[in-house]
Design a protein around this ligand. Structure first.
Ligand code: FEC
Length: 310
């Protein structure tokens, strides 16, 4: 009998209630309790964006559409959802998958670019769960998919849609700024490919759209006491303003779903800063569960299934 196969679609995780913010934040920090002040600050951010984010709902929608897409193409397999920092935790889901009799698993995170901090964290969560299984699953983890041509095409469509929100007379002056989650600068000491991959995919998208000029800035840096990669988009708006830029399209190419880092860092913080400077800032729509995005994931999963798992 052929090995039973499943797909695990992974995302960051999000608290569902204000009470869950503290244990969620503690988990993100690897078990170190945050200060009451930083918990209060984070709770306030969730309150300002409506109490919770849609990250889990969106991930479930994507999983269900991906399962349908794979099955239409003749690869009938369940697509599970697992989160790195909150329920349903990856570890619990991997155990459930194993209990269901599955032997082979393709795991993919809703994060297109590789960093040892981000994708490495998804890998570690799977490996820890595997250690407790009577028979470990044969797992193929997709580490990166930022160069998948259909992903770049879809991002180009999103940039074109974003640019079309500006009046035609202004469009030529809009500065397109790609962005992604910042990480601590120490990732450079181990030659992490994260920055390189982000610049590669941004350049590919800019080329497809035919942008004569574009920039890259960082967002969502943590307050951990160490240096994070910059410039941060909020500070970078000052630089752009000084250059005479008045219209900005932000393209959060490192993210594919709506969540706190979009609602807070872009829709509130960056937009408020832009308004203070008399600038107009728009952002591209997130792929969320768009059919063309589901097709991107299906293509990546199918390509990964043709390689051996381990
Ligand atoms: O909608 C939601 O509720 C979840 C939004 C969310 C996403 C997300 C994605 C990434 N993070 C990455 C790295 C770090 C590092 C730290 C860190 C801290 C936080 C905090 C919150 C948070 N992150 Fe996050 N991240 C999201 C939310 N993140 C909340 C804690 C408060 C704060 O610092 O703002 C610092 C950890 C530490 O303190 O030791 C590092 C990366 C991604 C994108 C790729 C991925 O999925 O892993 C990288 C979504």
């Amino acid at each position: 009998m052929a090995d039973r196969h499943a797909v695990l679609l992974m995302a960051y995780g999000t608290p569902e209630t204000a009470d869950q913010v503290e244990p969620y934040f503690t988990h993100i920090r690897g078990g170190r309790a945050p200060t009451p002040e930083s918990v209060a600050r984070l709770r306030e951010r969730y309150r300002r964006v409506g109490g919770r984010t849609r990250l889990l709902d969106i991930t479930r929608q994507v999983a269900s559409a991906l399962q349908d897409d794979l099955s239409r193409a003749g690869s009938e397999r369940p697509v599970y959802v697992g989160m790195k920092h909150w329920h349903p935790f990856i570890g619990d889901v991997v155990r459930e998958i194993s209990d269901s009799g599955v032997q082979q698993l393709t795991a993919i995170a809703l994060a297109p670019h590789y960093s040892r901090i981000s994708i490495g964290g998804y890998r570690r969560a799977i490996e820890e769960a595997q250690r407790d299984l009577p028979t470990p699953l044969c797992v193929a983890l997709v580490e990166r998919w930022h160069a998948e041509p259909s992903f770049l095409d879809m991002m180009a469509t999103l940039v074109q849609e974003g640019l079309s929100r500006f009046p035609a007379s202004e469009r030529g002056q809009v500065m397109t700024v790609f962005s992604a989650h910042s990480l601590p600068e120490r990732i450079r000491s181990w030659d992490d490919p994260y920055e390189r991959e982000l610049l590669e995919s941004s350049a590919q998208v800019a080329g497809r759209v035919g942008l004569s000029e574009w920039r890259f800035a960082w967002q969502s840096a943590g307050e951990t006491g160490e240096s994070w990669i910059g410039p941060d988009i909020v500070d970078y708006l000052d630089t752009l303003h000084a250059e005479g830029v008045r219209s900005v399209l932000q393209v959060p190419i490192g993210f594919v779903s709506e969540h706190l880092e979009i609602y807070w860092d872009i829709d509130i913080e960056a937009k408020e800063k832009a308004a203070d400077l008399g600038m107009r800032l728009e952002r591209t729509e997130l792929p969320n569960a768009r059919p063309d995005f589901v097709r991107v994931l299906a293509a990546v999963v199918r390509a990964s299934e043709s390689r051996p798992c381990s």
